[in-house]
Ligand binder design. Structure first.
Ligand SMILES: [Fe+2]
Length: 289
């Protein structure tokens, strides 16, 4: 009986995000991790073309989607979870510390409808929890640092790492969002890299490091420990925190930060519609200084 999943990756170049379809080949049960809703912020028009490509692959493989899993409340793309849930009946799940993220951002957007207790999601996941995927299991690893709610999903010999670590030549995720913390991220990454050396690691993003001519999203624990430019073996916590803070100080906000966060803390739902039936995203405006 196979103990490892079949993995299909879908790279979304506008947001540099990788969505995964993870299937149990024996029972044809599947999970979709980090689905992207196509969204043009200039026009406010969203489309499900990318999510529908994942569904087409699921249909081609003949798999039933049981889970839609978010690694965290993304700040760079809107989630397509509601669309996929409507099409598949799958359960939408996220790390339980999404509550903390909701509490941080609810006042930012004066989002009075946001619960703060995570009820917008079907299921909140704790560290070490195991979800069935046919004959396989999805193990939840709480790996905070980028945000308080980040989780990775381990299925057989594969781990979908979310925003913790990037390809070895690119380094690690930023830790400067509200609730983020570089030292916490370091400890989460060391935990991830304590898995067996041949564990396959699947990135949530790839930005094509300088000198590399194609996007990539798969590596191993051994490669990360040997070559990750930020956290290879031998880099201690203090050195990492100093490097991460310096780098974060020079990063600008992701293009879709404000639209993404207010939608993704609602499990991918738009804010409640106005009486005219239209949903409006909010941009808090303040004078600098
Ligand atoms: Fe992120």
């Amino acid at each position: 009986m196979p103990s490892n999943p079949t993995i299909d990756a879908f790279f979304d170049e506008p947001t540099f995000t990788i969505t995964y379809l993870v299937s149990d080949p024996a029972t044809l049960r599947a999970a979709i991790i980090d689905p992207v809703l196509d969204y043009d912020h200039k026009s406010g028009v969203a489309s499900t073309a990318s999510a529908d490509r994942v569904l087409a692959k699921a249909a081609e493989r003949g798999v039933q989607v049981d889970w839609i899993l978010e690694t965290h409340a993304h700040a760079d793309h809107l989630s397509a979870a509601p669309h996929l849930k409507a099409r598949t009946g799958a359960t939408v799940a996220v790390g339980e510390h999404i509550r903390d993220v909701q509490k941080i951002f609810k006042p930012v957007f004066n989002a009075l409808d946001v619960s703060g207790d995570g009820r917008e999601f079907d299921r909140l996941l704790g560290d070490g929890e195991r979800l069935p995927l046919g004959n396989l299991e999805i193990e939840v690893m709480h790996l905070p640092g980028h945000t308080p709610a980040d989780v990775a999903y381990r299925v057989g010999n594969a781990v979908f790492v979310g925003d913790t670590i990037f390809m070895p030549d690119y380094g690690t995720a930023r830790a400067d969002f509200p609730g983020g913390d570089a030292a916490t991220l370091y400890r989460s990454i060391r935990r991830l890299l304590s898995l067996p050396p041949d564990t396959r690691l699947f990135m949530c993003h790839d930005y094509k490091a300088p000198g590399r001519d194609s996007f990539a999203w798969e590596t191993t624990v051994a490669e990360q420990r040997a070559r990750n430019v930020h956290v290879h073996d031998g880099v201690d916590e203090a050195a990492f925190v100093a490097l991460r803070r310096k780098r974060d100080a020079g990063l600008s906000a992701p293009v879709l930060l404000l639209p993404s966060v207010q939608v993704n803390i609602r499990a991918g739902h738009l804010p409640p519609a106005d009486p005219n039936g239209v949903s409006y995203l909010r941009i808090p405006v303040r004078l600098a200084g």
